[in-house]
Design a protein around this ligand. Structure first.
Ligand code: NAP
Length: 302
């Protein structure tokens, strides 16, 4: 049985694919009001290539008492540890938690909140968004890497992912993957917010991109992820080109007045740089400007 916390974009994408492959799934919703809305909707809807399919997946609230053996945590990074703390007493001995959060920092917070569980980190290039409550559009096919920095042994339940057609690989260096993705995010997303532009328009700011990339390379190297630093600047330019017409996730969050995951992205990078006493002026200035921008829009800095 998979317990899936968060019936948002990724939670729905995973729950519906697992359920239709015959894997038992139970959704965990935040409270009885949310459960009531879910029951009114009668299940989750996944929209793929314009086709909507409805899945009446079982759901309960986090306050339920059923023990949890396998937890897919599909909430935002800032909600991850508080959500797991609420569920800690339900986790069976030897339970696994699969963490879908973007960025870094929330994984350690979750591990502290549930020391009895095995935490498996994920980094995904899949894309989905909520069209309405409990209705999610599968917007971009991609790949998910999973790994556990403490234990190289892949879990047996990867077979469920294969059965569900969820493209994935077991990674022996998941931290490097997460660091690389974080570095790409730090070089691109904050600038799209500050310049209020699509990813492609950052091509008009080559010096800023080059300075940030070179500081991020230094940071990755000092944090022991030299491999993740290789060719970073070229990769930043490649991503900007490949996603030229898109608005970054941080840009979308800010435009829609939603809390961002800044503390687990640029904030995490700056904290790591300070720990290593690295003088990275462009990165720190970017962080300060982004915090001021969020503050001016009434959005939290954490
Ligand atoms: P999302 O659509 O906002 O969904 C998050 C869900 O978590 C919401 O349904 C929310 O419930 C639920 N939640 C939060 N706290 C909870 C709690 N205590 N108990 C029960 N449910 C709780 O977020 P998302 O886009 O799926 O993103 C999840 C993570 O994946 C983020 O770190 C994101 O950066 C990462 N990611 C997303 C994508 C993507 O394409 N969406 C791609 C790659 C990575 P309510 O509905 O009640 O608010």
């Amino acid at each position: 049985m998979w317990h899936i916390l968060g019936a948002g974009s990724l939670g729905t994408l995973w729950a519906t694919r697992l359920a239709r492959a015959g894997v038992p799934v139970q959704l965990l919703l935040r409270d009885s009001a949310r459960l009531h809305s879910y029951q009114q909707a009668g299940g989750l809807t996944l929209i793929e290539q314009g086709q909507a399919q409805h899945y009446p997946i079982a759901a309960q609230t986090v306050a339920d008492t059923q023990p949890i053996q396998r937890l897919l945590l599909a909430c935002k990074a800032y909600d991850a540890a508080p959500a797991v703390a609420q569920l800690a007493h339900r986790l069976a001995p030897g339970a696994d938690i699969l963490l879908l959060q973007n960025g870094l920092g929330s994984q350690d917070e979750v591990a502290r909140a549930a020391p009895q569980a095995r935490c498996i980190f994920a980094s995904s290039t899949e894309g989905a968004f909520r069209q309405a409550d409990f209705q999610v559009v599968f917007a971009g096919h991609g790949h998910t890497w999973l790994g556990d920095p403490q234990n190289m042994q892949p879990p047996a339940w990867l077979a469920d992912l294969r059965q569900a057609g969820i493209a994935h690989d077991w990674s022996l260096d998941i931290l490097s993957r997460l660091w690389r993705k974080l570095a790409l995010n730090c070089a691109i997303n904050p600038l799209t917010v500050l310049h209020d532009c699509r990813n492609g328009e950052l091509r008009e700011h080559p010096t800023q991109l080059a300075c940030l990339s070179s500081e991020l390379v230094e940071l990755l190297q000092h944090c022991g992820h030299s491999h993740a630093a290789e060719g970073l600047h070229d990769d930043v330019l490649r991503v900007i080109q490949a996603t030229a017409l898109n608005y970054s996730s941080m840009h979308q969050d800010v435009r829609q007045g939603r809390r961002t995951e800044i503390a687990y992205l640029l904030g995490y990078a700056c904290q790591a740089a300070q720990r290593h006493r690295l003088p990275l002026p462009h990165l720190y200035a970017l962080h300060t400007q982004l915090l001021a921008h969020l503050d001016s829009r009434g959005l939290p800095s954490h």
